[in-house]
Design a protein around this ligand. Structure first.
Ligand code: TXA
Ligand code: MG
Length: 355
């Protein structure tokens, strides 16, 4: 397919959104920014349209999509037996970076929910997807707008790199705001399970609904069989750059020391190494040699929200350079979005050191 690329501005907003909504209504695919990452949308209630998402992304069939809604009315169409606690979460965090897994209505096709009886639903805090859902008049199935196995897109250029000539349209709305995918909470189990960490933290959820169980595997897998089945959506691998990523986590002194040691070893082995670093590590005297490496600065340790916004750009940037190894500095603060940032760093890496 030939892809239309729209650069959205205040002047053409209406015209672009009308065109995009018409594409969605006729069963096509449109990529657009949200506050978390760029999404690839299609009519979530039309199985033929949803199939196009799977094909464009080369997403493994059976991996459930989530739906973007514009109103509580939309929500009532796609989900049923919504627990009272879920409504409290919507009051607290919608519109925003929280996907809520609920029992699905029959109107949601099996291809959208990956054959599960549940469906993830989110009301995004961004004018473009909200308007698109409203004007298209249907909830949008909208996974991240990357090829399966690539980092989620935080710029339209990432979407273009992955999906040009694979989708009907791409709306370029600039850089996203958060940079990591939404938090996913499964409200069909008790206590509710955190399936993916994001900008809304586990503690933020617990303030509203009480106990939340960890449901995502971060280092160790959970063995609770019922929960594992509910987590079917999470069994598919997340992005891993083509280049091997080595993550070094730990304190602000031990991490740079370990990275320097690793660099020596890799250099002796003749490996081409790139670096993803905190500003503090990059500024140390021991890193005067930095100019001899490919590197990308993620931001200050104490501001994980800056690194969250840059992480996927950094991974894509390093992954393009034909390196053998990317060494990632994991000395970020766990506060705020820090937990989610470290989770994504862990998922991207195949070797992990904790020092
Ligand atoms: O921030 C976001 O959520 C972005 C933007 C575009 O909205 N979307 C996104 O979509 O990240 P996707 O498909 O890449 O991630 C949705 C997550 C996946 O981990 C999926 O497996 C999970 O939600 N999910 C969806 N339905 C589920 C279900 N019924 N049970 C368990 N997990 C589910
Ligand atoms: Mg994704």
């Amino acid at each position: 397919v030939e892809t239309l690329v729209f650069r959205v501005s205040e002047e053409n907003f209406d015209a672009v959104l009308d065109k995009a909504a018409a594409i969605i209504r006729s069963g096509g695919t449109v990529a657009f920014p949200t506050e978390t990452v760029y999404g690839l949308g299609a009519d979530g209630l039309n199985p033929d349209a949803v199939l196009k998402i799977f094909e464009a992304k080369e997403r493994p069939p059976g991996n459930p999509l989530s739906l973007l809604v514009h109103s509580r009315e939309d929500l009532g169409k796609v989900a049923r037996n919504i627990p009272e606690k879920a409504f409290r979460l919507m009051d607290a965090f919608w519109p925003g970076p929280l996907t809520i897994v609920l029992e699905k209505n029959d109107i949601v096709p099996a291809i959208t929910s990956g054959n599960l009886q549940s469906i993830g639903v989110r009301m995004p805090d961004h004018k473009i997807p909200l308007e698109l859902v409203k004007r298209a008049g249907t909830p949008l199935a909208a996974p991240s707008a990357n090829l399966s196995g690539k980092p989620s897109p935080s710029f339209a250029s990432h979407v273009i790199a992955d999906l040009i000539d694979r989708v009907d349209a791409i709306i370029d709305g600039g850089e996203v705001i958060i940079g990591l995918e939404s938090t996913v909470i499964d409200m069909t189990v008790e206590p509710p399970a955190l399936l993916r960490p994001g900008a809304v933290r586990s503690g933020d959820l617990e303030k509203i609904i009480g106990k939340v169980q960890p449901g995502y595997k971060d280092g160790e897998a959970r063995t609770d069989a019922a929960l594992l089945e509910k987590r079917a959506g999470q069994k598919y691998g997340h992005y891993t750059p083509d280049t091997k990523v080595v993550l070094v986590e730990g304190g602000s002194k031990s991490v740079p020391e370990k990275i320097v040691k690793l660099l020596e070893i890799y250099r002796n082995e003749g490996q081409k190494v790139g670096l993803l670093l905190t500003e503090e590590t990059a500024g140390l005297p021991a890193f005067k040699m930095l100019g001899t490496y490919e590197y990308f600065l993620l931001g200050p340790r104490e501001e994980p929200e800056v690194a969250a916004r840059k992480l996927f750009e950094g991974l894509r940037n390093m992954d393009r350079r034909g390196l053998d190894i990317i060494v990632a500095d994991g000395s970020f603060s766990h506060s705020g979005i820090g937990d989610a940032l470290i989770n994504r760093l862990r998922e991207a890496s195949s070797v992990k050191f904790v020092v």
